[in-house]
Design a protein around this ligand. Structure first.
Ligand code: 5BU
Length: 269
């Protein structure tokens, strides 16, 4: 369990994307990330603008947008400046080093040019980190490895998760942490691998397609995770209900921060 505050951790972190995220969390008193999974660019940007003040990070699946143009990226970057949040493209790279370097730098989306953080499956082995870091490290980006998943029956458990942790430990210039469901205990004082956790909801326990939800308290206080990632819990009723989205974003921000404060107090007394 991390006994240090986000602000202390920000000062010590060597990766600039991790520092930016930790500083943003501390400055805004928000460990909430919103995952904006909608198909229309207008809806996407409208939701980002509404939740922006409450979040440390916006998570995208840019390939979901059916009317994508590079203007969406310019607009997203303007909102990131306006509301002070970090951008994480949940791309889940999973191929050989040469291919992922091209997918990360090129194509329609040019992810490395705008996403502070992205993620990858460890399944190809350490060469996936080499490929992605050849593009991302010179740009000051950070990578998360998918050590665990929130879905029922996930195969990312046991020895696979342990191997993901070893891969991260061996590449801490570029790998800043994990997508996982619990803290991976550090082996030494200098190590700070963040844990960002999807599968968070206050009102329901899952969906019809294997998603499983835990509360911010379970995730942050009991499992020691750093960032809660919430999608449909915030905009799922109707992407156009602006007042409800704002209220839900505030509700999750408060729940995530209260759980963090409780964790810090529990570990310092
Ligand atoms: P939801 O609407 O809160 O269920 O959305 C969760 C988001 O997090 C969605 O974008 C998923 O692609 C993403 N996710 C996840 O739910 N579980 C995982 O283990 C990983 C990503 Br990795």
């Amino acid at each position: 369990m991390s006994t240090k505050s986000y602000a202390e951790r920000a000062k010590a972190h060597k990766n600039s994307a991790a520092r930016l995220l930790l500083e943003t969390i501390a400055r805004k008193e928000s460990n909430l990330a919103v995952s904006v999974d909608v198909a229309s660019s207008v809806d996407f940007l409208a939701i980002v603008d509404v939740v922006g003040p409450f979040v440390c990070l916006v998570k995208t699946h840019i390939d979901i947008l059916e009317d994508f143009t590079p203007q969406v990226i310019s607009d997203l970057q303007a909102l990131s400046k306006k509301h002070d949040f970090v951008i994480f493209e949940d791309r889940k790279f999973a191929d050989i080093g040469n291919t992922v370097a091209l997918q990360y730098s090129s194509g329609v989306h040019k992810i490395a040019s705008w996403a502070h953080i992205t993620n990858a499956h460890p399944v190809p082995g350490p060469s996936i980190i080499a490929g992605l870091s050849s593009v991302g490290l010179p740009l000051g980006r950070g990578l998360l490895l998918l050590a665990e998943m929130s879905t029922k029956g996930s195969l990312a458990t046991g020895a696979y998760t342990d191997a993901a942790v070893q891969m991260a430990r061996a590449n801490q210039d570029f790998v800043i942490g994990f997508i996982a469901q619990r803290r991976m205990e550090p082996v030494n004082e200098d190590e700070d691998l963040l844990v960002l956790t999807p599968g968070v909801g206050l009102d329901v326990k899952g969906d019809a397609m294997g998603q499983q939800y835990r509360t911010p308290r379970e995730v942050v206080l009991e499992s020691g995770c750093d960032v809660i990632i919430v999608g449909r819990g915030i905009y799922g009723k109707d992407p156009k209900l602006v007042e409800d989205i704002r209220a839900q974003a505030k509700r999750y921000q408060d729940a995530g921060w209260a759980a963090y404060l409780e964790r810090i107090q529990a570990t310092t007394v």
